[in-house]
Write a protein that binds this ligand. Structure first.
Ligand SMILES: NC(=[NH2+])NCCC[C@H](N)C(=O)O
Ligand SMILES: [Mn+2]
Ligand SMILES: [Mn+2]
Length: 314
């Protein structure tokens, strides 16, 4: 039995975020809708959690009539408004002692989820599971897609803060580089590598997963950001961290990813700490690939979430 240090019992508030504005492919907004249609809420209830979910957010209402690029950044006003609303929702769940579970949608949503978590728990650490580092700045992004940038906006380091655009002035960069760790990386842009190096950000790529095994990697990741195992944890899981054979329906798949078990192990081990307060499950895109791929990707999204909430074989 896991005891939860920061939650008031087994209470979870689900924030369904049908949003695709942080990247160009339609359909990622259907990710949360499909996960709920596949029975995720009932599965969580069956595990003995109290679930608060009053339907998906109406995020398209926040779409501005006009949203020209700012520099290279695409849809900056839309992403800003949406992620501000998501930050408030996460914050409200956490203040009521719930675990905040955000279903995406593209990974720009983490601008909101992580801000919301850090406004309640400034000492929280961030574990980012992804093929990508999502740490481009407005200057370094080649694509202009904000789902490739959230981490740089969140980091509390002076020269990155200076690069930020005023559209996101609501966002307080509170994440210290030593509170961030990555697992699963294998497609990191050259300027992103520079940023990781410059700030000494801990990152376990697929090379490290192969070298040490996932058990050791998760332990080393926790040692890096949560050495005493006493700080709240925000887990941001991009489904493209998994190998495309396991989770094919996602916008930016990269070969050579985590196996089904490695992905689930990460969630199980982090749940076991009893420190998890906030979880993101992002980038499930049910409009990509064939029917079987969609089924596999949506069901794997649901089972990762269940493992975060304590599902195990025994
Ligand atoms: N959340 C994601 N899937 N991000 C992919 C980012 C890809 C690339 N690095 C970019 O900046 O556009
Ligand atoms: Mn990714
Ligand atoms: Mn990502």
């Amino acid at each position: 039995m896991t005891t939860y240090k920061y939650l008031k019992g087994k209470n979870v508030g689900i924030i369904g975020c049908p949003f695709s504005g942080g990247q160009p492919k339609e359909g990622v907004d259907e990710g949360p809708i499909k996960m709920v249609e596949y029975g995720l809420i009932d599965q969580i209830l069956e595990m003995g959690w109290n679930v608060e979910f009053d339907g998906h957010r109406k995020l398209t209402d926040l779409k501005p009539a006009d949203d020209p690029n700012i520099g290279r950044l695409k849809k900056p006003r839309y992403v800003s408004r949406v992620t501000k609303a998501v930050a408030d929702a996460v914050e409200s769940n956490l203040r009521r002692g719930q675990l905040a579970l955000t279903l995406g949608g593209d990974h720009s949503l983490a601008l909101g989820t992580v801000s919301g978590t850090l406004s309640v728990y400034p000492e929280a650490c961030l574990i980012w599971i992804d093929a990508h580092a999502d740490i481009n700045t407005p200057d370094t992004t080649e694509s202009g897609n904000l789902h490739g940038c959230p981490v740089s906006f969140l980091l509390a380091v002076d020269d990155l803060i200076q690069k930020r655009v005023s559209e996101f002035s609501w966002l307080k960069p509170r994440l210290r580089p030593d509170k961030l760790v990555y697992i699963g990386l294998r497609d990191v842009d050259p300027p992103e590598k520079e940023i990781l190096k410059k700030y000494g950000i801990k990152a376990f790529s697929m090379y490290h997963v192969d070298k040490y095994g996932i058990g050791k990697v998760v332990e080393m990741a926790l040692d890096a950001v949560n050495p005493k195992r006493d700080l709240p944890i925000h887990l941001s899981f991009d489904v493209d961290a998994l190998d495309p054979t396991v989770a094919p329906s996602t916008g930016t798949p990269v070969r050579g990813g985590l196996t089904f078990r490695e992905g689930h192990y990460i969630c199980e081990a982090i749940h076991e700490t009893g420190l998890l307060v906030s979880v993101d499950l992002m980038e499930v895109n049910p409009s990509l690939e064939d029917e079987v791929s969609v089924f596999e990707t949506v069901t794997v999204g649901c089972s990762l979430v269940r493992c975060c909430l304590g599902e195990t074989l025994l």
